[in-house]
Design a protein around this ligand. Structure first.
Ligand code: 3PG
Length: 416
C-alpha cells in the first residue's frame, strides 16, 4: 500500500481477469490511421507486461481524443497494433466497449492474453464535458452501463492512467466502488515523482510556466506560490503576456487581439493581485520577440511596438532564465516559452530546454507541449522525470485530491 492506495504487489494475479484503465491518448494521423507519437503507449508497457507475466487475463480500457474537440475521437485499434509490437505478443482488439461482443471477448480470454476494448469515450456516459453539465458522484458512476456490464467479468480493477487521474468518469472512478482495485506501476511511479516535488522539493525550487493553457497555469502558479513550494516562477508564452499586461506593460496589439479572441481578457484583471503579491518571485521576461516582415525582431519591456504580436521570449530573458535554471535544485516545467514549432520563434524554448538538460537540479517535465519540445530537441535522456500527464499534473500540483486517487483510496478501505 502506498499513499493509501493498493499496488500490484498486494494481489495474486494468476488466472485473474484484470480490468485495467490506461491512458494511451496520442495525436492521430487519420489519413494514415497511425499515431503521431507512441510515448504514452510505451509508458503503459511495464504494468501490462507484469500482469501478463503473472498469469493475468488483461482487459485494457482506454480513451482516444477529447470531447472538447469531438472530431478528435478515434478508435483505439491502432493502439493495439503498436502495443502488439512493443510487447512482442498479440494484443487483441474488439470494436466494442461493454456490449455483448466485448463481454464475449473478455470471457474467452486465456491466461496471459491481452484484449484492448474500443475507445471508452464512444460510450456517452464517459464523456468529459458531462463533468460540467452532469456531475456523477462516484456511487452514481458505479451505476453506469460500463461498470455494471464489465465489473462482474473482472476480479480486479487496475488504474494505470495517471494522465487522466483528474477526470471524474466511470472508467476511472466507477469500478473502485464495486471491486478490489489497485494502481498500476506507471501510476505509482508518476504519483511518487510528483508528490516528491510537491512535498519536499530541494531548493531553490523553480517553476517554468509557459504555453497557452491559461487557467491551468494560473491555478498552478497560485498554489505553488501560496504554499511556498516555488522560490521562483519563470514565465513565458501567453502566461507571460497576460502577466505583463497585468503589470501595466505594453504587449502590442497583436498579442492583445489574440488574448481577447481566445477569451482570456478577464485573466489580465485576475492576474493583477497575484502579480502584486508575488512580484519578488514571479519573473517576467525582460525582452520579447515578435515577427515583422517575415523576420524575428526583439524589444525590451517598455519598448514593445504598439502593433507587435509577441511570439517568444527574447535573448536577454533566455540568458537570465538559463542562469536561474542552472542554479536551481528542482525545476518543474509546464509549457513552452513561445511558438517553438517554428524555427523563427523557437529560440527561448530551445535555450530554456538546453538549460534544463544541463542543470544538476532535478527536472520534472509535464504536459503535451513540454514533452514534444523535449523530443524535438532530443533531450529526453537528460531530464530527470518526464511525466505523461498534463492536466492531471497541474491539478495535482494545484493541491487537489485527484478524483481517481480518491476512488482508489476508497477501494483500498472497502475491499480486501
Ligand atoms: C490528456 O491528454 O491530458 C489525457 O489523456 C486526458 O485527456 P482529456 O483532457 O481529454 O481528458
Amino acid at each position: 500500500m502506498r499513499f493509501g492506495i493498493k499496488t500490484l504487489d498486494e494481489y495474486d494475479l494468476k488466472g485473474k481477469t484484470v480490468l485495467c484503465r490506461v491512458d494511451m491518448n496520442q495525436p492521430v494521423d487519420k489519413a494514415t490511421n497511425t499515431l503521431k507519437s507512441i510515448n504514452r503507449i510505451q509508458a503503459c508497457v511495464p504494468t501490462i507486461k507484469e500482469m501478463v507475466d503473472k498469469g493475468a487475463k488483461v482487459v485494457l480500457m482506454a480513451h482516444q481524443g477529447s470531447d472538447i474537440e469531438y472530431k478528435n475521437f478515434y478508435t483505439t485499434e491502432p493502439h493495439a497494433k503498436v502495443l502488439t509490437e512493443l510487447l512482442g505478443q498479440q494484443v487483441k482488439f474488439i470494436d466494442d466497449v461493454c456490449g455483448p461482443a466485448a463481454r464475449k471477448a473478455i470471457a474467452d480470454l486465456q491466461e496471459g492474453e491481452i484484449l484492448l476494448l474500443d475507445n471508452v469515450r464512444f460510450v456517452s456516459e464517459e464523456q468529459t464535458l458531462f463533468e460540467l453539465k452532469l456531475n456523477l458522484s462516484h456511487e452514481e458512476q458505479a451505476q453506469t452501463l460500463m461498470v455494471r456490464k464489465l465489473a462482474p467479468l473482472g476480479d480486479l480493477y487496475v488504474c494505470d492512467a495517471f494522465a487522466a487521474a483528474h477526470r471524474d468518469q466511470p472508467s476511472l472512478c466507477g469500478f473502485e466502488q464495486v471491486m478490489p482495485s489497485a494502481m498500476g506501476r506507471l501510476f505509482e511511479e508518476e504519483y511518487c515523482a510528483v508528490s516528491q516535488v510537491m512535498e519536499t522539493p530541494e531548493r531553490p525550487c523553480v517553476f517554468v510556466l509557459g504555453g497557452a493553457k491559461i487557467s491551468d497555469a494560473f491555478m498552478m502558479m497560485e498554489t505553488v506560490l501560496s504554499r511556498g513550494i516555488a522560490d521562483k516562477v519563470l514565465t513565458g508564452g501567453l502566461v507571460a503576456n497576460i502577466l505583463l499586461a497585468a503589470a501595466g506593460e505594453e504587449i502590442g496589439k497583436g498579442s492583445m487581439d489574440f488574448i481577447v479572441k481566445s477569451n482570456y481578457a478577464d485573466w489580465i484583471e485576475k492576474a493583477k493581485p497575484l502579480y502584486e503579491q508575488y512580484k519578488d518571485k514571479i519573473v517576467l521576461p525582460c525582452d520579447l520577440a515578435y515577427v515583422e516582415g517575415g523576420e524575428r525582431k526583439e524589444a525590451g519591456v517598455g519598448s514593445i511596438p504598439a502593433h507587435a504580436g509577441l511570439v517568444d521570449i527574447g535573448h536577454k530573458a533566455s540568458d537570465e532564465y538559463q542562469k536561474i535554471i542552472l542554479g536551481a535544485k528542482t525545476v518543474c516545467v509546464n509549457g513552452p516559452m513561445g511558438i517553438f514549432e517554428e524555427e523563427i520563434t523557437e529560440y527561448g524554448t530551445k535555450m530554456v530546454w538546453e538549460a534544463l538538460a544541463k542543470t544538476e537540479g532535478y527536472t520534472l517535465i509535464g504536459g503535451g507541449d513540454s514533452v514534444t519540445a523535449t523530443e524535438k530537441y532530443d533531450l529526453k535522456d537528460q531530464m530527470s522525470y518526464i511525466c505523461t500527464a498534463g492536466g492531471a499534473l497541474i491539478r495535482f500540483l494545484s493541491g487537489e485530491e485527484l478524483p481517481v486517487v480518491k476512488a482508489l483510496r476508497h477501494a483500498a478501505k472497502t475491499f480486501a
